[in-house]
Every structure is written in C-alpha cells, then in structure tokens.
Design a protein around this ligand. Sequence first.
Ligand code: NAD
Length: 466
Amino acid sequence: MKITIIGTGYVGLVTGACLAELGNDVFCLDLDEKKVAVLNSGGIPIHEPGLAEIVSRNRAIGRLKFSTDIAASVAHGQIQFIAVGTPPDEDGSADLQYVLAAARNIGKYMTDFKVIVDKSTVPVGTADRVSGAIRTELAARLPPSQASDALADEAPQFSVVSNPEFLKEGAAVEDFMRPDRIVIGCDEGGNGPIARALMTQLYAPFNRNHERTYWMDVRSAEFTKYAANAMLATRISFMNELANLADKVGADIEAVRHGIGSDPRIGHSFLYAGCGYGGSCFPKDVQALERTARSYDQELLILRAVEQVNNNQKHVMGNKIVERFGADLSGKHFALWGLAFKPNTDDMREASSRVLLAELLGRGASVAVHDPVAMSEARRVLDLDFSKTPELLERLRFCDSQMDALQDADALAIVTEWKTYRSPDFNEVRTFLKAPVIFDGRNLYEPAVMNEIGFEYYGIGRSVLA
Ligand code: NAD
C-alpha cells in the first residue's frame, strides 16, 4: 500500500520503517531539513535498537523515502499518518499547532480520496479539528461562488481515523512489530467504512496469529491513549509515594513490590519505585488529560496528585544528598551515571537527571556524568537548561567511560537503569571513588550486600531497620 508518514521522530520513523519492512511503499515527510538530510545520507537521528538496519534495508530497495516536499508527500499516500509532536502548551494542554499544520497541508494538496490517521497523541475531539482544518483548505481552493455545499460533491473525499501509538522508546521496533493491541477509532457513517477497510488491509499482517485490533469510535480511541499513560504514571507515583513512607517507617519497598505484584489483580509491571518518571509522554499526557477535564469543569484529583508526587520525586535524590553532605555542596564532587530518561534511548525530555544536575551544580558541587548513548543529546539539552547560568556548566564534565566518571567523587548517584550499571566491579568502583557512597535512584543493588562490601548505600524506599 502507498503510505505517507508526516513527522519522522521516534514514532513516525519507527512507523514508517516498520510499515516499509512489511512491503508497503512509504514516503516520510519532515520539515526539519537537517533530519531529512541525515536520513538521506544513511544516518539515524535517534537511538532506537534495531531501527538502523530496517531503515537502511528498506531505503536501499526504494520502499522507504525521506523528503521535505509537502506536495509530493500528499500525492503519495492514500493513507496519511500524522505523527508530529504534541508538546505541552504553556497551560499544560496539548499544543496542536503541528497536527493542524499537517492537516492543512493535506487539505491544500490532496486531489483524491485520503485516509488521515492521527497517530500523534491528541486530546479527545482532535479528529474533528483535523477534519475541520482539511475542509477549510479544500473550501479555500474552490472559487468563491461555489459555497460549502459544493464541497460535499466536488472536493476530494477523506476520512479521519484515530490510531494512537503504544510503542515504548528503547523497544519501539519490537513493540510496533509485535503489538499487544492496535486501537483504531473510525466513524461508522460517511467515508468511515472505506477507511476501516483500508486500515484492516494495512494492519492485516499484525492480526494473522490472532485478532489484535480493537475497533471503536474515534473519541474513545483518542481517550484510550491518555487513559493508558495516566494509569501507568499513576502506578509509578503510587509506588514512589509509598517508597518515601517506607524510608521513614523502616520497610523495604522492593519486598513490598514483590508482595503486592504477586496478586494477579495487581501484577508485577510498572511497580518500580525510583527518582521519578520522565520522557516525552507521561508528564505531558497526564497534564493534557487534566487540562481536558478542566475544560469540561471536572477536576481529575488523582492525576493532579500523580503529577505532584512525580515532580517532588525528581528531588528525592537531591534531598538525600543534601541530608548526607549538607546544603552547601561547594567543593564536593559527584559522579552521575545515566542521563537519558530511561535506558535504551537517548531521549532527555523531562529526564530526572536534569533536575538532579540543576540541584547539585546550583549548590556549588562539580559533577562528572556518563551515559552510554545520550551524551550528545545531553550536551544540547543542558546547554538550554543552563542558558541563563552557563558558568555552572563549567563544573560539569562529560566522561566516555562510567569508571572515569567516578574519579575522586565524594559519591556516585545513579539515575538511569542502563544494563551496564547493574553489575559493575564494585572493587573498582570503590577504588575510583574518594569515598564509597552510592545514591541509587533506581534500586539496582541490594542494600544488605552493598553494606556488606563496605558501601554506604542509599536507595529509594529501602531503609530497612536492622
Ligand atoms: P518527535 O518530536 O520525536 O518528532 C516529531 C517530528 O515531527 C519532528 O521531526 C518534527 O520536525 C516533525 N514535524 C513537526 N511538524 C511537522 C509538519 N507539519 N510536517 C512534517 N513534519 C513535522 O515526536 P515523537 O516522540 O515521535 O512523538 C510524536 C507523537 O507521538 C506525539 O504526539 C507523542 O505524544 C506520541 N507518542 C510518542 C511516543 C514516544 O515514545 N516518543 C509513544 C507514543 C506516542
């Protein structure tokens, strides 16, 4: 099938590459000329396991193209996926300017029937706004004498479908190729049935083993994506809040996690306490759902707390360090392992490391950081974070090896649970550090073992009374 993907970020690039891998003829549009140039020269602008091979294989056989040509992108695909960003607006609601610009471009250039698929995470009701934007552009192309009723007969037809994406960064290719579920919201009337038939054909390879597609109305599909992210964020904040209490009462949140996760009604997933969730999705989607509710005069009390708990949790590591070393950290030196918001990605959006770095550098400490893949993205993002206080960055050192970052540090802080940090040679760690102190923001190690081998160890919610 001929497919156009608008936006080649984490979602668009993975969607385009994976659909090409299945035999479709895919045209990827992005307005970022640098990104398109990188892709056309055989590079990949993001770190995502397995993606480079698929992109290069499908580019080589001509099934995957990258371009900035809007008219050509609209002409190419009968199905047009909108996969552009929906960052938070100033008030926390989803900023739809990129989605609506993409929709207007489709309306401006389309000459035949199109299915427009909202793959971006968008608030309930956005499909109607996308339809409206396309209709306005189509109307603008007609001579003024032919008013809106002519639009229905003569203008090219279309249908807007909601198909939210559930992939996880770091496992995006695997998630896309072997999805738990595919959610598609489609109109029952008008051109909806034609859109449904085309989407059925496109996703047929994913449903061979068993049916994974959940068909529903458009608004429910839009809502499903927010509900899923809100639920996952809630589980994390719930555990983080309990972990902070566990620290006070002298219980081990890891033991509690096993104890409750074994109940099948609760399950083991997403119950890890830590130093807060980040990324491009949970923080903004929780906020956007709260904003949607508020615009309908409803307060989502649980989600407000989820957000508040998470914002506080990003300071828990800093607080523990201050408790141990005092509020004035000048002259102190720390090692920081992990910058990305989670392992297997270079994504730094809303990463907890940024909050901890602001705190440590702001209190006068110097910091040596390491991350297996996010170093160059971190340099870019931290330059922006510290644009008003660039002198603080003089006390930040980027290290190519995790052991190098430990040199002469008063303590090690771990923020991202990369595999390479899970079982380091602790003798070596102790040799490099000035003092054997570890603040573990992801509960990678066992407190009792760490104490036994001579480390002063601080986890999250793991202060068991001896
Ligand atoms: P991203 O910021 O990585 O990529 C968006 C891309 O769209 C950029 O390359 C940008 O240049 C391009 N773009 C913007 N306007 C454009 C236009 N009019 N025409 C063509 N290209 C345009 O974003 P992302 O992380 O891929 O997220 C995209 C959407 O998917 C968001 O709504 C996000 O919430 C959702 N989502 C993201 C993830 C994730 O893990 N990143 C998972 C599920 C859903």
